[in-house]
Design a protein around this ligand. Structure first.
Ligand SMILES: [Zn+2]
Length: 371
């Protein structure tokens, strides 16, 4: 049915979206979900047990796209295909009203990212109300993903791959290749999550604001191409990063903060239910024996980090402090299958909370430790 209505001309564009574009890439989604914990306020500490799950499931909605045909339009909105956005900078926020204005097929075809974010928030609120923590965990991971997509400029425009301005391919170059190269340079801190009175207005406002970054990335792409003479060299990516670093870091920071604030909002609306110790034990997922961090020795203030490599892979183990700063890289290199372990002792004398991140070809794990 949808195919008929869209017509054959529209299908190639839809397929490109389905097959090529993967929203911030896995790295960007992991960083945004991980650093949302930096914005958890004092009331939200029970949720810090979710960090490992949220980070390892931050790209689940992208993975669902291959098996669920209704998933793809949830990740973007080509907002500048709405004439009223071009003329007034705004569109109708209410889903039923905008469908009445433009027709169902038009709305689906432009993508439904803001309404997906809202329905995911509502589902989360319902899970909190029922104290269904395991389902809540699933919807929190999804919510973080859709909020992150709303902070990726090329998920908010019809020119989603630079195809209308001579910048074809910029989507992947910006969100995946550049971010993979400069992940350790994306440094930002959190600020305490806030209650959002009007989630719909809040979500549309960040989309409008983030849309203004589209032109800035295109300009940076043009500049980097002129400097490097190509779109693949280290010089190209270094120039692209230099030109976009400031606002890209801010997009990440705002995404993490919005994520924490919307979790806080759903939880507050549900009456702030508290997890008991059984609940906390049940949501501690990700303990599959592949990566473990324990305290070694009672007085030694050092951590024992053990991990299992299942296939030949590059393994990177890094330590971050509670403000999200990269403290140290403990391991980085190719490993063959087997069991490994190492000890780590922080240089700082006072006790502090650290996140230890394990990355391999197949796994990404986060553990917190207080040393
Ligand atoms: Zn996505």
């Amino acid at each position: 049915m949808l195919k008929k209505v869209l017509g054959w001309l529209k299908l190639p564009a839809l397929l490109v979206v389905l097959l090529v574009l993967a929203s911030w890439g896995r790295t960007g989604h992991r960083v945004i979900s991980f650093k949302s914990f930096l914005s958890f306020n004092n009331e939200m500490q029970q949720f810090s047990n979710w960090v490992d799950y949220l980070v390892s499931h931050s790209s689940d909605p992208d993975s669902r796209r291959s098996s669920d045909p209704t998933e793809a339009p949830k990740h973007y909105i080509d907002i500048d295909n709405y004439p009223e956005f071009v003329s007034s900078g705004k569109i109708e926020q209410d889903y039923n009203t905008i469908v009445a204005q433009h027709g169902y097929n038009f709305v689906i075809e432009q993508g439904i990212l803001p309404w997906t974010t809202l329905t995911t928030l509502d589902s989360l609120k319902a899970c909190f109300s029922r104290r269904d923590w395991q389902k809540a965990e699933f919807f929190v991971a999804d919510l973080g993903h859709y909020i992150a997509d709303g902070h990726m400029p090329f998920h908010i425009t019809r020119n989603y791959n630079g195809q209308f301005t001579g910048n074809t391919g910029i989507h992947g170059r910006y969100e995946s290749d550049m971010i993979n190269n400069f992940e350790n340079d994306i440094v930002y801190s959190g600020q305490p999550a806030q209650y959002i009175e009007n989630p719909s207005g809040y979500i549309f406002n960040y989309l409008y604001k983030n849309y203004t970054c589209v032109d800035s990335v295109l300009q940076a792409d043009n500049h980097a191409k002129t400097v490097a003479g190509n779109t693949s060299s280290d010089l190209y990516y270094q120039t692209l990063w230099n030109d976009t670093r400031h606002f890209t870091t801010d997009l990440f920071k705002q995404a993490s903060f919005s994520f924490a604030s919307l979790i806080y909002t759903a939880w507050t609306d549900a009456g702030k239910p508290q997890m008991n110790s059984t609940d906390i034990a049940m949501v501690k997922t990700g303990n599959d024996g592949l990566f473990d961090v324990s305290l070694s020795g009672f007085f030694s203030r050092s951590a024992r980090i053990s991990y299992q490599v299942t296939t030949d892979s590059v393994v990177v183990i890094s330590v971050y402090d509670v403000s999200g700063n990269h403290i140290q890289t403990l391991a980085s290199g190719s490993k063959s299958p087997g069991f490994y372990s190492l000890n780590w002792k922080p240089e700082k004398r006072s006790r502090a909370l650290y996140f230890i991140i394990y990355r391999s070809k197949e796994f990404y794990r986060v553990k917190k430790v207080i040393l």
